[in-house]
Design a protein around this ligand. Structure first.
Ligand SMILES: [Zn+2]
Length: 177
């Protein structure tokens, strides 16, 4: 996304490649400040409880009404693990303990990185929130595969159930393009 106005002096920016750089940047036409626009990281988890996993029905666009895993943007000053725990509390009112890093997806066409953990719920408490109209534990056979909100979440779930059959959950990196 282009940054149209300087974040320091408010003047219009120009798109150009600064000296000794190799990417086009938004450069302030007055003070010369170079604005770097880098990918955003989304962190989340697969919360498990007694063989079931917790999904959230989205109450917000995009994909309102579809099911997803708790995940959201990492905040400044926050570790990826803490971000995944926080998002799970915010979206599902569930407390989790991180088990291991599980999947990293480079989603190049939207400049996002999804970092998904496996996590254990520390109790059977969960519930709806402003972001999730419904929160439910699912057995594998009941997963609403035709109503999953995002391809990255579908792949995370498919990998998880495939790995579960093998009893091993290696960390792996994929590109979505
Ligand atoms: Zn400026």
């Amino acid at each position: 996304m282009e940054i149209k106005f300087c974040t320091t002096c408010g003047s219009p920016t120009l798109l150009k490649i600064p000296p000794e750089d190799d990417h086009v940047r938004s450069v302030c036409s007055v003070c010369g400040l170079v604005h770097y626009n880098n990918p955003k990281m989304v962190v989340g988890c697969i919360p498990q409880w007694q063989g079931k996993i917790l999904l959230c029905k989205r109450n917000i666009e995009p994909r309102s009404g579809k099911w997803t895993l708790p995940a959201g943007y990492l905040e400044n000053g926050e570790s990826v693990q803490a971000g995944a725990v926080r998002e799970t509390r915010e979206e599902a009112l569930a407390d989790v303990r991180i088990i291991n890093p599980y999947r990293l997806f480079n989603i190049l066409f939207v400049d996002q990185i999804y970092f998904m953990f496996r996590a254990a719920m520390t109790s059977d408490q969960f519930g709806p929130t402003t972001e999730s109209s419904e929160v439910r534990l699912f057995d594998e056979k009941d997963i609403p595969w035709d109503k999953i909100a995002f391809e990255v979440i579908r792949q995370t779930l498919e990998h998880y159930f495939s790995d579960r059959k093998k009893g091993r959950y290696p960390f792996r990196i994929f590109d979505l393009a």
